[in-house]
Design a protein around this ligand. Structure first.
Ligand SMILES: [Zn+2]
Length: 318
């Protein structure tokens, strides 16, 4: 390495795209955000500008299962993509600081693409003696490898798919872990994290509802010792949705979340699943967890904003 330079300013504007899905009919992109899931749970039609009506479950499931270019599942969990251009130099490193191109400090990089344009040095992510990069490392070096008598300078398009989660967003952090494990085809780890993501979000909403009728200690003991996640899914969730006039969790998603929960128990108790987990099974489980996380968020906000029953001062469990 002869020299180290800071990455030059991009010739095209840096652009950061929010998570999206692609319309199967017109190939235009449509936004994927929490409000879309809320509309789905509320039973509203989701229509593209071209008139195509999305079935939100089918659309997300396809995106996760296809995992196009090993990126689809990351967009499905809500990752953004920053796209920009840098200049590479032959036989030299340029410093690439993603924070200068729309990736926020503390973000985790989930997917990267370097595409060289025309003739010029090939972009190689440079490393020290250990080639592994950490996903939170937002400063990297790009080496311009010249094969033969190519020009000494070239342009490289960079796309970085990233997500930033706050420490208190436990459910989303677990979804990120699940999507990374899914992308690595480590489906056992994916099942564990995906189940935690859905359970954390749903239990948070259930606890907020139960806490309207019982004190903190009783609520905690009730959900830990009596109405565990399985019963929350099957009994408390539909009751609470009715009580607080929230949309119901669609039955097919409830069943898939229950299947994910059982698979998690097999792995946690036996060390492995009874049957090998296929990519299709894993994609189904991850998609269910994404919907479960959003549903828990919706229910929690409905319960929190309702003026219903006041917190009661019931005696604690004994
Ligand atoms: Zn369309």
């Amino acid at each position: 390495m002869e020299e180290t330079d800071t990455a030059v300013l991009p010739r095209i504007a840096t652009e950061t795209f929010p998570p999206w899905v692609v319309c199967p009919q017109c190939n235009r992109v449509a936004a994927n955000g929490h409000d879309v899931f809320v509309k789905y749970f509320e039973g509203h039609a989701l229509v593209c500008g071209c008139g195509h009506e999305f079935d939100w479950w089918d659309t997300l499931l396809e995106q996760v299962t296809e995992h196009f270019m090993l990126r689809g599942a990351f967009e499905a969990i809500g990752a953004s993509t920053s796209v920009f251009e840098i200049e590479v130099k032959a036989d030299a490193n340029v410093e690439l600081d993603f924070r200068k191109f729309g990736v926020p400090d503390g973000a985790r990089i989930l997917w990267l693409n370097y595409t060289g344009y025309g003739e010029g040095p090939s972009p190689i992510e440079f490393h020290g003696n250990t080639p592994h990069q950490r996903p939170y490392d937002l400063r990297r070096f790009i080496y311009g490898a010249r094969w033969g008598r190519l020009p000494a300078v070239g342009r490289v398009g960079v796309a970085a798919t990233w997500i930033k989660t706050d420490e208190d967003e436990a459910a989303i952090s677990q979804l990120v872990t699940a999507a990374v494990s899914y992308s690595d085809a480590d489906y056992r780890s994916m099942v564990l994290a995906a189940n935690i993501a859905a359970e954390t979000s749903i239990t948070r909403a259930v606890a907020a509802a139960v806490a309207r009728y019982a004190n903190k200690d009783t609520t905690r003991a009730f959900l830990a010792d009596a109405a565990t996640y399985s019963y929350q899914l099957k009994v408390l969730l539909p009751m609470i949705a009715d009580l607080f006039r929230s949309p119901q969790l669609p039955e097919h998603i409830r069943q898939r979340l229950d299947a994910l929960r059982r698979l998690r128990n097999e792995i946690a108790h036996e060390g492995k699943a009874k049957r090998p987990i296929s990519q299709a099974d894993a994609g189904n489980g991850l998609t269910a967890a994404i919907f479960g996380e959003h549903y828990g968020r919706l229910l929690h906000s409905v319960v929190s904003s309702s003026e219903g029953a006041a917190p009661c001062s019931a005696p604690s469990a004994g």
